[in-house]
Design a protein around this ligand. Structure first.
Ligand code: SAM
Length: 281
């Protein structure tokens, strides 16, 4: 059996053969750590279908193909299409789509996979420049992804995984944890990539909550959460006074939800934010 694509020697061979120059503008840093690739794939393994964002030369795609029923990978860079046709030729359960993931009609595009394979998951070693945009598209998809495993810059990963009281806890943590449980799977140092970026990475596993305490308008809820965190040093009362442009309303809302005006947003759990928000609407 051929060596895994994610081994440094196989990647080097592929890069030389196809004369690949990694494009910084597309966030191209190839994973050259086979055990990290295997662990990511393991987290989404099973009978369902998985979509991958940014297959590159196929380091993760190959591992996914070995563990999942079907893989659909979206790649923006046309130069990788012949490379992927070659590296993924042993895996007929894999399909590569040449498209900017941010323009994909995700609900239409994944309906067939969901119908055929029962469940949908997603994975990717995400391009740094659009990590949060990609993740929020996945979170908000109508055909919900049951698991999303994503590699990203470590600082961003820490914000997604943070809980109340953590210095990294903020609006992004609450917005993602409203729909998903988040857990860090592993840290991946910068030298696990070619070319090596100047930041370290980490992998987060997002697991869809079985019960979601739905609000009538998610965007409105998220705007409210952002307002609560607007000035981190300020109290909830001060941030909400600005949001409502009215001191009395801020006081009433906080009291109605049973919180104290001196509390800070960083202390509140997702359930607390929902309670606070419901005392407004
Ligand atoms: N999965 C490969 C790996 O782990 O070695 C490559 C990961 S590299 C960090 C990110 C990949 O995303 C690149 O292949 C890049 O061309 C692709 N990419 C960047 N922007 C994209 C977009 N908007 N839509 C789809 N793919 C994109």
């Amino acid at each position: 059996m051929a060596k895994a694509i994610a081994t440094p020697s196989r990647t080097k061979e592929i890069v030389e053969r196809w004369q690949i120059h990694a494009r910084k503008g597309y966030g191209q840093n190839f994973l050259v750590d086979p055990s990290a690739a295997a662990r990511i794939a393991e987290s989404v393994a099973g009978d369902g279908a998985v979509i991958e964002i940014g297959p590159g030369i196929g380091a993760l795609t190959e591992q996914l193909a070995q563990r999942c029923a079907a893989v659909r990978a979206y790649e923006i860079d046309a130069d990788f299409l012949p490379v992927l046709a070659d590296t993924l030729s042993p895996y007929p359960n894999t399909e590569v789509v040449h498209q900017d993931f941010l323009t994909v009609d995700l609900d239409r595009d994944t309906a067939d996979l969901r119908q055929k394979y029962g469940s949908l998951k997603a994975a990717g070693n995400l391009p740094y420049y659009i990590t949060t945009q990609i993740l929020f598209r996945l979170f908000e998809a109508e055909n919900a992804f049951t698991v999303i495993t994503a590699m990203m810059q470590r600082e961003v990963a820490d914000r997604f995984a943070a809980g109340p009281g953590d210095p990294d806890y903020g609006a992004i943590s609450v917005e993602s944890q409203y729909l998903y449980e988040t857990k860090k799977l592993l840290n991946v140092p910068r030298n696990s990539f070619w070319p090596s970026p100047n930041v370290d990475s980490a992998v987060i596993v997002f697991t869809r909550r079985e019960v979601i305490d739905e609000v009538p308008d998610r965007n409105d809820f998220f705007t409210f959460v952002k307002a609560c965190f607007k000035q981190r040093r300020k109290t909830l009362y001060n941030n909400l006074r600005e949001y409502f442009n009215d001191a009395g309303t801020a006081q009433e809302v906080i009291a109605a939800a049973g919180f104290s005006p001196s509390q800070r947003a960083q202390e509140l759990s997702v359930a607390d934010f929902l309670k606070l928000y419901r005392s407004v609407v």
